[in-house]
Design a protein around this ligand. Structure first.
Ligand SMILES: Cc1cc2nc3c(=O)[nH]c(=O)nc-3n(C[C@H](O)[C@H](O)[C@H](O)COP(=O)(O)O)c2cc1C
Length: 329
């Protein structure tokens, strides 16, 4: 199994995990603490309400990580990343891209649209661009734009999850793609991280597992609902923004939706784009989570989650090695 992660990044990782960008959830503290725990921490640029706030966040993340690296030069401190929505309705696209050029996050994740312009900017300073895709058609398109990594968003993923089974999706993409491969959707335990690697992924991309962390901007009520929910509570519907996404059914009920009669709205509020007045309103009261929600048992610091993931990963490695050494096949 060949790993495509550049050595300067892999040697700074405790686990090949990216804490996925989450609208209204990922905070700069979550990014810093995730990186300090040894996983790639990311956030959507639009989580900062204004360009000024964003500039402050990016400056602080760089400073805090630099300080941590100076204080503990032998500690594995992972690189950080941001998520940029490439869609004409994202009115901040140009100015946010300028801030990317200035603050140089080592990883830039693009969603929706052609990433070529972003690739040019990010490659100039030596960063990596990963694009999220939900079909092989999208994956092929992104691959021709010079991205370094493809994020395969599969069925059951939090947010605008895809519909393809991960086993099938990664196998197909691997037929034409040799770059960094990132798997997303319901990966919630250390065992899942190993499973993703066995399927051919270089990174596991995890969102839902990190919402109920102390550093996340999600409300306490949202975090408690995650702890109490399991896979049967997840509903995939286009009734909130017009685009299918996975949500916690109890949050829909609480917001007054009739689960038996969900209707697609007339107007589509595409993906967190135009600092997203409509989407923000929708996602503030109706909470997203993926089908991996059952792994969330309590609210805890992100460093503790990473520590648990690492232990589970090591146990899974041990289990596989025991099984293969006792197998007669
Ligand atoms: C609350 C929430 C908000 C999200 N917001 C974004 C976003 O702004 N941009 C994005 O690219 N993906 C977003 N996602 C998707 C995640 O980045 C990631 O693909 C997904 O969470 C992975 O699946 P998992 O939740 O099953 O781990 C969001 C997911 C959740 C749960």
């Amino acid at each position: 199994m060949s790993n495509q992660i550049p050595v300067n990044i892999s040697e700074q990782l405790e686990l090949p995990v990216i804490s996925a960008p989450m609208f209204l959830v990922s905070s700069p503290q979550m990014v810093v603490e995730g990186c300090k725990a040894g996983i790639v921490g990311t956030f959507p640029l639009l989580n900062a309400r204004t360009g000024e706030i964003l500039e402050q966040w990016m400056g602080e993340i760089n400073e805090e990580l630099e300080k941590a690296r100076k204080e503990e030069p032998n500690r594995k401190i992972a690189p950080w990343g941001v998520n940029l929505i490439i869609h004409r309705s994202n009115k901040r696209f140009e100015s946010d891209l300028e801030l990317v050029r200035k603050y140089q996050p080592p990883v830039v994740i693009t969603s929706l649209g052609n990433p070529s312009e972003v690739v040019k900017v990010v490659h100039e300073y030596g960063g990596l661009v990963f694009s999220d895709v939900i079909s092989t058609k999208h994956a092929k398109k992104a691959a021709t734009c010079g991205v370094d990594g493809l994020i395969l968003v599969c069925n059951g993923a939090g947010g605008h999850g895809g519909t393809i089974n991960p086993v099938a999706f990664i196998a197909e993409v691997k037929q034409f793609w040799n770059g960094i491969t990132i798997l997303a959707g319901c990966l919630s335990s250390g065992r899942d991280v190993l499973a993703a690697q066995v399927l051919g992924a270089d990174f596991a991309y995890m969102g839902t597992r990190f919402i109920a962390t102390t550093e996340a901007m999600a409300s306490e009520e949202y975090k408690s609902m995650l702890v109490e929910s399991d896979v049967d509570d997840i509903i995939y519907t286009d009734a909130i923004s017009g685009v299918n996404a996975n949500f916690l059914a109890p949050s829909l009920q609480k917001a007054g939706f009739d689960l038996a009669n969900l209707q697609k709205p007339d107007e589509i509020n595409v993906a967190h784009a135009d600092h997203h007045e409509n989407e923000a309103k929708a996602w503030k009261d109706v909470w997203s989570a993926g089908q991996g929600v059952g792994a969330v048992k309590k609210v805890q610091p992100i460093s503790e989650v990473v520590r648990e993931l690492k232990e589970e990963y090591q146990q899974a490695v041990q289990l596989v090695s025991n099984n293969s050494s006792t197998s007669k096949v």
